[in-house]
Ligand binder design. Structure first.
Ligand code: ATP
Ligand code: MG
Ligand code: MG
Ligand code: MG
Length: 437
């Protein structure tokens, strides 16, 4: 991609409303633009990151056996009247009336709708288990939208729903998602910890939040330090096999949100391993049994020929929040430092003398070689000053930079910089593509 053709509306000044690094950098790097409180347009650079995150989420959902569908953003109130949540949900729900004066809403989540879909076709335990997911925009009229996309009103969520014929099977579905989440976040270069969460009035302890440890997080977490850096399940994990070992390996170490904090269990964690810190909730998984299936009469015949309510779970990931969380986890004073797997482009190629025949030619060749190798290049071919180009590329946060100028080119060399470490070295022209690809 040539920068001269791209749309990258960077800002020189830090917008006053941005209190934290991720919000600041997302606005300054032209990743998003606010259109109303908590409502953002995703500009090309930001959208590329969002798509990379979506892709990893999809791959890991599929690996765990979940099937993608797509439900609408607008829902009829009637479904929510069946579950009792139309009244219970409160002012976070955006309620709409259509021209026939029918009550509609912009979905804050989709338990009712998926239950309606599944109850229409699944009648027997033989059709179970099923895990269905979508990646769709949600709306919650948050009291205090803030921190940019981290607490938006419109935001992108991946939500999966599991359906089983018995509580034992529902637990198996839960464990699949638990293991899938460990892999999903780690693949993005994020360190997350599954922490025991509050299950509210439904009870049970099968609910975990996945949090990124970060000062600007809004959740309070108490945890055993030994959870940090634990190896996650590998790609060969058999998701149809027994996942209890993985689950107990992670959950036998203390980790809980402040709502479920248990002083007695906490006192048993060796003192030098006790961490009490803040985190960003990027995922939340929940096994809630028959909370929706019972009132909505989503029933199947079980193996004994008895009609039972389906056992359900739901599993969310804050896809758009993750863009902010990733920056909170990886940045310096100049901008984000994207991990390769979610970077908007892999390499920033800087031409220090655009318009010069030799540097133009060298850059075009490097760009072509990289793209042929499947490397995504943002090529700064503009006539801007060198200082401006360096600052802008740092602000974009691409993992690699290649700088081509007349002096280096005289020795047949280009300069390579690792954005994350700041490490630099000179490479021969023909090495440049190999170094990155
Ligand atoms: P929070 O505690 O931050 O308000 P939540 O517990 O209300 O989140 P869930 O209902 O568990 O959120 O939704 C699943 C996921 O969706 C969350 O783990 C989070 O990553 C994401 N999410 C929730 N609300 C927002 C929001 N306002 N903006 C961006 N992402 C959000
Ligand atoms: Mg909330
Ligand atoms: Mg929460
Ligand atoms: Mg939650």
């Amino acid at each position: 991609m040539r920068l001269s053709r791209f749309y990258l509306p960077t800002l020189k000044e830090t917008p006053g409303e941005a209190q934290i690094a991720s919000h600041r950098f997302m606005l300054r790097a032209g990743m998003v633009r606010q259109q109303a409180a908590g409502i953002y347009a995703w500009l090309p650079l930001g959208l590329r990151v969002l798509k990379k995150i979506e892709r990893i989420v999809r791959e890991e959902q599929e690996r765990a056996g979940a099937i993608e569908l797509l439900m609408p953003t607008i829902q009829p109130a009637s479904l929510w009247e069946e579950s009792g949540r139309f009244d219970a949900y409160g002012p976070e729900m955006l309620r709409i009336k259509d021209r026939h004066d029918r009550d509609m809403l912009f979905g804050p989540t989709n338990e009712e709708m998926i239950t309606d879909i599944v109850r229409s076709s699944i009648k027997s335990y033989k059709q179970l288990p099923k895990m269905l997911y979508h990646i769709q925009w949600k709306f919650r009229d948050e009291l205090r939208p803030r921190f940019g996309v981290m607490r938006g009103r419109e935001f992108l969520m991946k939500d999966t729903y599991s359906f089983d014929a018995s509580p034992d099977d529902a637990r198996k579905s839960y464990l699949k998602m638990f293991a899938a989440y460990l892999r999903t976040f780690r693949r993005m270069g994020l360190e997350t910890v599954p922490v025991k969460a509050d299950s509210g009035p439904i009870g049970g302890d099968l609910t975990h939040e996945f949090v990124v440890l970060a000062e600007n997080g809004e959740s309070d977490v108490f945890m055993d330090k030994a959870l940090i850096g634990k190896p996650v399940p590998d790609a060969g994990t058999d998701f149809d096999g027994d996942l209890e070992g993985i689950f107990s390996d992670w959950t036998s170490l203390y980790a809980g949100t402040d709502e479920v904090h248990d002083e007695e269990a906490w006192s048993k964690v060796p003192e030098d391993r006790r961490l009490s810190l803040r985190g960003i909730e990027v995922g939340h998984i929940f096994c809630f049994g028959t909370k929706y299936s019972a009132p909505m009469r989503a029933r199947v015949q079980n193996a004994e020929g008895k009609e039972v309510d389906m056992e359900m779970g739901s599993y969310g990931i804050g896809v758009s929040r993750l863009v902010g969380a990733l920056i909170e986890a990886h940045h310096d004073e100049d901008g984000p430092k994207w991990p390769m797997s979610v970077a908007p482009f892999h390499v920033g190629l800087i031409n220090l003398r655009a318009g010069d025949e030799a540097t133009d030619k060298a850059c075009a060749e490097i760009e072509a070689a990289l793209e042929a190798a499947g490397v995504e290049v943002l090529y700064d071919d503009t006539a801007d000053r060198a200082g401006e180009k360096f600052a802008r590329m740092d602000l974009c946060g691409l993992p690699h930079q290649l700088v081509v100028g007349p002096r280096g080119l005289g020795q047949g060399e280009v300069e390579w910089k690792d954005r994350a470490t700041g490490e630099k070295s000179n490479l021969k022209l023909d090495e440049a593509a190999n170094r990155i690809a």
